[in-house]
Design a protein around this ligand. Sequence first.
Ligand code: BES
Ligand code: ZN
Ligand code: ZN
Length: 463
Amino acid sequence: MKITTIKKLTAKEKALAKIRFVEKGPELCVVGEKKETELTVVAKKAKVDARVLRTLIRHIAQTAHRNHIQKLVIELDSTAFPKCKEYSAEWFWSTVAENLILAEYEHIQYKSKKPKKYLKEVIFVTTEEAVAKKGITRGTIVGEYTNVCRDIANTPGGDMTPQGLANAAKRHCKLPKTKVTVLNLPAIKKLKMGGLLGVGQGAKDKPKFIVIEYNGLPKGKKEKPTVFVGKGITFDTGGLQLKPGMAMYEMHMDMSGGAAVIGALGAIAKLKLKKHVIGLIPAAENAVGENAIRPGDVLTMMNGKTVEVLHTDAEGRLVLADALHFAKRYEPKLIVDIATLTGAALSAVGQHANVVLTKDRALEDTLRGLGEESGDYTFPLPLWNEYTQYTKSIHADIANIPVDGGRYGGTINGATFLSHFVDKMKWAHIDMAPRMTSVPSDKLAKGATGEPTRLLIKIAEKY
Ligand code: BES
Ligand code: ZN
Ligand code: ZN
């Protein structure tokens, strides 16, 4: 999709499908759907805040597509939306572009007959052309790489193996000042990553440890990096404690955290941020087989701690633990891990928020704020010391689930387990399981949402 700007509406553009904003009636609707020349958006501009803006833009793009409209002309100025003034005009235009691009995405990789893309061009008539162009440039990159994340996450487990994920990282992060290194089984063994090795030992496809490093700092300038760690379980059967029935549905998306790290690093490099950012993805398949880990097995992790595997389906925390320990070598200023870690996160917040857990209150607030700004909404749960007791083990140093089975606080227990591997690093854990797949009110295609790619880019820009 081409997104352009002009100062004045000419006769030529007048002939195209035109968006008209009307200040009455319900807040969010596009009427005149049958007409091919005009879409009327009924939206009280004074009520359109950041959240409404996103769904409104998506709705416009989808309505245009449904009506087979190829070109749209929209008269738009950020100043007409007082509730969006909290952020800059550049943010406004970036948000508009991002959401046009997110709305046009469909997962068509496996369709033998590719569906037609109707909306080819959107022309904005605006008095703020300079800042609009700047915002649209950023938003286009952010939107496109979020869609890269969605493509990776939507790919079935049979194709998106640990090697497949490594290939995706190499393909999408083949950019200036960016280096992708893939550690194979011997290297992972040498590092003694017992968690990653243990989880991966039941599968035919061997685990990989993917390192993406982007250094956009000016020559001579040194700065501690930000490290993103993404869960890369390419399929989660649950292991020997096999997931029942529908619980295994969509578990090819258990590498969504890793996909978001690839998408974010690609975008960060493309945006040429003057930052140092590292992405780490421990990739493995949690399979069933004669070599799979058993409940009760004890793993020795990279940091030397022993872990009693009380549940083979709590595998994400095992692979992330080694990656978090590995991250220490970079002496990062901040480390954020992103994982589809627990079903309990969905019980806690439904499907409308990522969950953030950190012991650092200021960081918690920052991430919540950046969640609002980016569109990847994020809400906190506690990570207090009271919860450490639930990681006690009878036979080893710690257990991957509470010894009593852990009926309560599953998301907190997962984060508490990870906290044993971060020591003094500034760290936040994002359980993105609630946002793994879209819900109808998102006005996005079914399947992966691409979250929290936008949030990670925002963290890299602002932290
Ligand atoms: N990948 C799952 C969590 C998940 C569930 C993500 C639903 C997205 C949607 C994770 O590995 C898992 O199985 N967690 C267990 C933990 C339990 C054994 C303590 C869970 O949530 O049931
Ligand atoms: Zn699992
Ligand atoms: Zn999992």
